[in-house]
Design a protein around this ligand. Structure first.
Ligand code: GTP
Ligand code: MG
Length: 199
């Protein structure tokens, strides 16, 4: 039985990997060819979000070419319940555009909806100096009551997690409450350690 039905929009600059994330998530496929998205496409997938709840997701993959397709955003964003706001970890410009996309979404929808900030292509920044400081991305998300996740549409790293976290947020379920008490304790310890280090 499905408990929830959600529309998700994938937004962010061209070539950041929105289409690739969608196909990795829905079909476990990845292609290194770049086929530019014209307008928008969507795919559907059902996921289990808790032991007792599942959700039907309709995921709209929106073209990153803002100038060309921006005027269709009213139609594409309509009734969206949540968004993955995607940038490319190898290109700082795409991180600088994140706010433009968020503003566009809020303006079209007339309200804030849950989003998760995604730094994609993490497989490409393993052995290089990162052009974007992860603490900046984390800060951007946290200041807007959200979270930041790094993904790879190529390897699949964290892709399911990104959609799951967003679904939980759309359902109003705190993912913290789903964690086992032991896990929570471990995380508390880690956080304390980090804070001690900072001091
Ligand atoms: P638009 O449709 O123009 O908005 O672009 P998009 O955001 O949909 O980008 P798309 O998914 O088409 O990916 C652009 C290019 O980046 C393609 O060549 C992909 O193969 C590549 N790519 C996407 N995600 C990843 C990733 O996580 N790692 C690596 N190495 N390449 C990726
Ligand atoms: Mg695309």
């Amino acid at each position: 039985m499905t408990d929830y039905k959600f529309k998700i929009i994938l937004i962010g600059d061209g070539s950041v990997g929105k289409t690739s994330l969608l196909y990795q998530f829905c079909q476990n496929k990845f292609s290194s060819d770049y086929t530019i998205t014209m307008g928008a496409n969507f795919l559907k997938k059902q996921i289990k979000i808790t032991k007792k709840h599942s959700a039907d997701l309709v995921i709209w993959d929106i073209a990153g070419q803002f100038e060309k397709f921006g005027r269709f955003h009213d139609t594409f964003y309509k009734n969206a319940n949540g968004a993955l706001l995607v940038f490319d970890l190898t290109r700082i410009k795409t991180f600088e555009s994140v706010d433009k996309w968020r503003e566009d979404m809020m303006q079209v929808l007339g309200e804030e909806i849950p989003f998760v900030l995604i730094g994609n292509k993490v497989d490409l920044v393993q052995n290089i100096d990162r052009p974007i400081d992860p603490s900046d991305s984390m800060q951007y998300a946290e200041q807007r009551n959200s979270i930041y996740i790094e993904t790879s549409a190529k390897t699949g790293e964290n892709v399911e997690d990104a959609f799951l976290e967003l679904s939980l947020r759309m359902a109003g379920i705190d993912s913290e409450t789903l964690k086992k008490p032991k896990e929570k304790k471990k995380e508390k310890k880690k956080k304390k350690k980090r804070q001690m280090k900072k001091k």
